[in-house]
Write a new protein. Structure first.
Length: 255
């Protein structure tokens, strides 16, 4: 099967969102409950340290990232190599920053029926620009807990990027739904996985960096589950994610 046969796209002029594929995804997998995560966006590096030398490195790293697309923390690590020990130590410690449950992260189960009612209705809209609601990979059916294969990418949306990611996902042998998240892309796999298979899926996907966001994967491994934003707000994420491609038998209802 060729890439063009495997991956389908919305008809010209049509716009599909979460409400157009999540109901089918959840029902086809017999998902009874989903685990959601609500949190306030954590402080940036500039909000966590006042060290002027570290902040100067951060400015350089940001400039490099904007100029040639080098990931911010990759630039920080590279720049830190020639810095004194105390600066390198601070950079290394800051690179490990991870939001813990004690940092205002709230996780809660919601029935699929209630979840889909919100998704298909008002959606998850945050009044605070720094607040986020995310769908985690952990779901429950009538007998067990499994994981939705979720991925976050690090590539600006464009027709060419969409084609590249469908090729990448084809090589990963992963069917599902590719979504334009605004600044990049999200992926929702079409079949739930056992925990062991889910960790293998994340590990194999991490080998596709820099297109796959490898730091995102690291944070998901620390959390023992993955999560993707599904909420909007009036400032940072003004538009809900948009479905741009789907593969295999998934999305037949969208034809």
């Amino acid at each position: 099967m060729t890439r063009s046969d495997r991956w389908q796209r919305p008809p010209e002029g049509a716009t599909f969102g979460l409400a157009d594929f999540l109901p089918s995804l959840i029902r086809q997998n017999g998902i009874r409950d989903v685990l959601l995560r609500r949190l306030a966006r954590g402080p940036s590096l500039q909000g966590r340290t006042q060290d002027p030398q570290v902040l100067a490195l951060a400015d350089l790293a940001r400039d490099r990232s904007e100029k040639d697309g080098t990931p911010f923390w990759e630039s920080m690590m590279s720049l830190a190599r020639s810095e004194p020990l105390e600066i390198r130590t601070t950079v290394f410690k800051e690179a490990l920053y991870h939001r813990q449950d004690s940092d205002g992260v709230e996780e809660f189960w919601m029935s699929s029926e209630d979840f889909l009612s919100v998704v298909s209705g008002p959606g998850f809209e945050e009044t605070d620009a720094r607040s986020i609601t995310a769908l985690t990979s952990l779901v429950r059916n009538s007998t067990s807990e499994t994981h939705l294969p979720l991925l976050d990418f690090r590539i600006a949306p464009s027709p060419e990027s969409t084609i590249l990611l469908t090729e990448l996902l084809t090589i990963l042998k992963t069917d599902g739904y590719l979504v334009n998240s605004g600044r990049s892309y999200h992926f929702y796999g079409g079949r739930t996985l056992t925990a062991d298979d889910f960790w293998k899926f994340l590990g194999r996907s991490q080998l596709m960096a820099p297109f796959v966001d490898d730091r995102w994967i690291a944070h998901q491994l620390i959390s023992s589950k993955a999560a993707l934003r599904i909420s909007t707000n009036a400032e940072r994420h003004t538009s809900p994610p948009k479905l741009v491609a789907w593969s295999g038998r998934f999305g037949a209802h969208l034809q």
